[in-house]
Design a protein around this ligand. Sequence first.
Ligand code: HEC
Ligand code: HEC
Length: 236
Amino acid sequence: MPIFAAFSLAAALSAAPAAATAPDTLEQRVAACLACHSVKERGDAYFPRIAGKPFGYLYNQLRNFRDGRRHYPMMTYMVTQLPDAYLREIADYFAARHPPYAAAAAGSGGSASAAQLARGETLVRQGDAGKQIPACVACHGAALTGVEPATPGLLGLPSDYINAQFGNWKNQTRRAAAPDCMADIAARLSEADVAAVSAWLSKQAPDAAARPATSLPAPLPLACGSVPSSTTGSAQ
Ligand code: HEC
Ligand code: HEC
């Protein structure tokens, strides 16, 4: 599993004589991140792309790993004890970068049927009023590129990674500021719906020239505590 190899690499980096203490420049720090979050690693079925996501989203996630609202040992190890100011610099670094996308990893979504993909697309674009699931595009943007300052884009992510995040929201091992809109939405999606959505999303070709939207045409359908001033939207 590449996670293990990269972890050894990170450990080797910090054990190298030239870096007997923790890395102390931004370049050294992000070099360790790139071992997993780089173009080369896109063939892996699990590493999420972080380049080009909105600054506020990345900063929130780094703090979430550090402070125990998200759980993934490798990530906690990378950011544990880093002060907010450093996490801000790292988030800023990655938000400003837009490397090309590599070919998508097939992952579990690769074997989805036409009917599953159709269901996935319907949920993304229209939601399911009967199950009180809002359209994903209502918050993530019509082109799914994310929205400044704190909503991530959804393209270029492996289906297995997306499935795992929904599992984490359902198990409450991934949390964001209250009201935690994604946890509420995850609770309304069946496992089959999650698989349909993740398969469809992972099959869309991302555009490297796309950037997060700067605004949405309408208020959010649900309030999200991690999105500033979204609490004015009409909560369901
Ligand atoms: C050993 C491999 C590895 C290294 C090294 C690593 N990451 Fe990660 N990172 C991951 C994995 C795997 C995930 C997904 C974890 C999960 O399921 O929540 C992740 C998740 C993230 C996320 C959340 C992504 C999202 O879309 O929500 C951010 C932000 C992030 N990493 C930043 C960093 C930064 C900054 C560094 C360097 C300081 C770093 N990572 C180093 C493997 C790594
Ligand atoms: C009410 C607004 C809203 C709606 C509707 C919504 N999202 Fe989200 N989503 C967010 C916000 C805000 C975040 C960032 C949460 C955080 O900070 O952890 C997010 C995060 C995510 C992430 C994490 C991305 C990553 O890189 O880890 C995924 C996956 C996701 N949403 C999928 C979906 C899907 C699929 C749908 C439709 C079924 C959907 N979302 C509908 C607001 C929304």
